[in-house]
Design a protein around this ligand. Structure first.
Ligand code: HEC
Length: 266
């Protein structure tokens, strides 16, 4: 019985072989190399097509690629060409500031600037708390007196120890953040003259009393103390920059078993 069945399979195979062979032949014949070898340029590879044998083509002189016409140079640079030949910053937004713009600015600011400048913009962000050069306090007199396009310029080019944010923030976002810095400044230094006519002003303690909030609501803001979790609290060789102040009070966090335990500091 067993032998019979084997015999049958063998016969079937033998009969099927020519059909399989034909199908394979057809498949191979259908596969031409055109797709593989199409005349295309591969990035950063040479090419026989151009005299200089470069696949990557330089921009054509005196032309502007579609979508790259930066006609509004103030919008893209934050400076204008002054009469004295120097570039000048301006206290001027290149587009109207709406609530939407401020919200976008706040969101971007909280993502990219707070690590160093803190949410309130006083320059004492977490990274500074850990030993980075103190970032600018946007509420000091020097910073408040700066024109709004200065903030755009600083984000575009960096400033001293501060890296630039031109890769992370498109020009329109840099302006939104600049506008939000102004809003932050106003939040701490507004005067009665800044209030539009006809608008009633209440003191914060009045607001607190009306809404049953604790009296501390009306007190000036303060940052929470810097006792936070830190990966390798007392080990200056791992994780913590050597320049960071020692923080013996920092709580130790437990390190997952998959990671090697830190070497104990001596
Ligand atoms: C990695 C930390 C860090 C981040 C993040 C950072 N800054 Fe700064 N920033 C600094 C430091 C440090 C200084 C002071 C630079 C100096 O004096 O060398 C500074 C200075 C400034 C100044 C003042 C320049 C002047 O004329 O005095 C502005 C404005 C500013 N930052 C805006 C921003 C904005 C807007 C962002 C977010 C897009 C940002 N910074 C993100 C560290 C940072």
């Amino acid at each position: 019985m067993q032998a019979n069945r084997l015999n049958l399979t063998g016969k079937m195979l033998r009969r099927a072989t020519p059909a399989v062979g034909l199908a394979a032949l057809l498949l191979v014949a259908g596969c031409r190399q055109d797709m593989q070898d199409q005349p295309k340029l591969i990035p950063q590879r040479g090419s026989e097509m151009f005299a200089d044998h470069r696949g990557a083509r330089p921009q054509v002189l005196n032309t502007v690629a579609r979508g790259q016409l930066r006609e509004d140079s103030y919008f893209y640079t934050g400076v204008i060409q002054g009469a004295n030949g120097y570039r000048e910053e301006q206290d001027l937004m290149p587009f109207p500031v709406t609530m939407e713009v401020l919200k976008r600015g706040q969101e971007r600011f909280n993502i990219y600037c707070t690590p160093c400048h803190s949410r309130v913009g006083n320059g004492l962000g977490e990274i500074v708390e850990r030993g980075y050069k103190p970032a600018a306090n946007f509420h000091d007199q020097v910073r408040r007196a700066q024109p709004v396009s200065h903030y755009f310029y600083v984000m575009t080019h960096g400033y001293g120890a501060m890296p630039d944010y031109s890769a992370q923030l498109a020009p329109v976002d840099r302006w939104a953040v600049a506008a939000y810095i102004r809003a932050l400044q106003l939040s701490q230094a507004a005067t009665l003259q800044d209030v539009p006519a006809g608008v009633q002003v209440k003191s914060l303690s009045e607001v607190a009393a009306e809404h049953n909030l604790p009296a501390s609501y009306a007190q000036p803001w303060a940052l929470p103390s810097a006792t936070r979790a830190q990966a390798y609290p007392n080990d200056t060789k791992q994780g913590t920059p050597a320049m960071a102040p020692a923080r013996p009070a920092d709580p130790k966090i437990s390190i997952p078993a998959s990671k090697p335990a830190p070497v104990a500091a001596k």
